[in-house]
Design a protein around this ligand. Structure first.
Ligand code: AMP
Ligand code: MG
Length: 405
């Protein structure tokens, strides 16, 4: 057995960020920026009003709090209008949020502090305002020449909004890898028909495809493949040709029909590992024509845990991300979570909640590597280090996999 850290270093270290490419800004959310973004213009591009109201010369409102002042209405400027009505002393221009400040005006009085005459020629203002009141200057958010974002930032809807504001249509990114998924095993069938002797239904392929989709990766379903070297090789070669990474389930342990290991050993540059963890001890990893192949174990819980510990961080790294691991916090066991010493770190399926300033965990159910229901109910994995386990009140590391429940 090799320590988890060593296995992770090897697997994650073998995966590199994808080459940058240009994508439409509209499709860029979730990708990592591969270029610094410099502002080619100011945002906002011109001084404008933050309020509906009247653009005025601030000096004209002096004393208006005690003695309201009457100003002549020189016109109206809506958002999108050129804003070329000059505001002289004694005059005001009716103005809508986002409209450009007219020449001569240096402040805005919000409409709530004004009263226009019925004929619309005059307005009474009962508030003294300082220069720049409710005025948003040009470049108040972003100034021309500013470095707005730095390469390496993960593009969020907010980043997308700024890129759109700057008039960008394309952006250079490290895109997320396209990931192929294949499950292997002669015992596996798909669909609702009555199971034959020894048969079970293929759940891992759907689960892994869903984990990938949830994490924002596009996927290719490479299908269910029998325990047959030629069939496995064909699926692997197709995956390596069509995808940026391939995830397989099953066929990597010590059994006589574990052909994924056999095939990868022959056609790929691979390593087969026994990792000092439970579940998910067996792991195959290699590159086939440069494409990383993650050979996850077939037991459904092992397959998911192995995905989170090895495949997911590697795929995040390929996506150019720097925070590649699930968040980790310290948690308090709410109940005994006992185990036997076996040289391995156990990843217990737990339910966490945050209460009284601490993460608190309890078991999510039966802990066998074939018992997927507990994994389904879990929102975290507790790292129970080698030994006798946790007594209620003990603390341990917790990998957060889902929201509080
Ligand atoms: P293996 O890793 O191929 O030795 O499989 C280990 C265990 O996981 C066996 O009990 C398999 O039947 C089960 N298993 C393998 N692949 C799948 C799958 N795709 N869906 C559900 N169970 C599976
Ligand atoms: Mg198998």
């Amino acid at each position: 057995m090799i320590p988890l850290d060593e296995a992770r270093e090897y697997v994650i270290g073998s995966c590199s960020p994808m080459a940058p490419r240009s994508v439409a800004v509209a499709d860029s959310v979730g990708a990592v920026l591969a270029e610094d973004i410099h502002a080619v213009e100011d945002i906002p591009p011109f001084a404008n009003t933050a309020m509906d109201g009247f653009a005025v010369q601030a000096a004209d409102t002096a004393g208006a709090d005690s003695t309201p002042v009457t100003l002549r209405i020189a016109g109206t400027i809506a958002a999108g209008a050129p804003g070329d009505i000059v505001v002289e002393s004694g005059a005001a221009v009716r103005i809508m949020t986002g409209a450009p400040m007219p020449p001569g005006a240096d402040a805005v009085v919000m409409v709530e502090r004004t009263k226009a005459s019925d004929d619309g020629t005059e307005v009474v203002v009962d508030l003294e305002v300082p220069v720049d009141n409710h005025v948003r200057p040009a470049g108040d958010d972003v100034k021309v020449g500013d470095r707005v974002f730095t390469a390496g930032a993960e593009i969020t809807p907010g980043h997308l909004g700024v890129l759109l504001s700057l008039g960008r249509t394309e952006v250079s990114v490290i895109a997320r890898p396209l990931v192929g998924v294949v499950s292997t095993g002669d015992e596996l069938v798909v669909g609702p028909q009555k199971l034959g002797p020894g048969q079970i239904r293929d759940s891992n392929r759907g689960t892994i495809l869903a984990l990938l989709a949830e994490a924002g990766f596009a996927t290719v379903d490479l299908g269910l493949v029998a325990d047959d070297e030629a069939a496995i090789e064909e699926a692997m070669r197709r995956g390596a040709a069509e995808c940026d990474a391939v995830v397989t389930s099953g066929g990597v342990s010590m059994g006589d029909f574990d052909f994924v290991k056999a095939v990868l050993s022959r056609i790929a540059d691979m390593r087969w590992m026994q990792v000092a963890i439970r579940p998910a001890k067996p792991l195959a990893f290699g590159t086939l024509d440069g494409t990383p192949v993650f050979g996850l174990p077939g037991n459904p819980v092992s397959s998911m845990v192995s995905f989170e510990l090895f495949a997911h961080p590697s795929l995040r790294k390929m996506s150019g991300q720097t925070h590649i691991d699930a968040p980790r916090v310290s948690a308090i066991a709410e109940e005994d979570m006992l185990r036997r010493p076996d040289g391995k770190t156990h990843f217990a399926r737990v339910i966490w909640r945050y209460e009284d300033g601490a993460y608190r965990i309890s078991s999510a159910g039966a802990q066998g590597s074939h018992q997927l229901s507990a994994m389904a109910n879990a929102n975290g994995l507790a790292l129970v280090v080698d030994g006798e386990g946790l007594a209620a009140g003990d603390t341990c590391d917790l990998m957060i996999l889902g929201a509080e429940r």
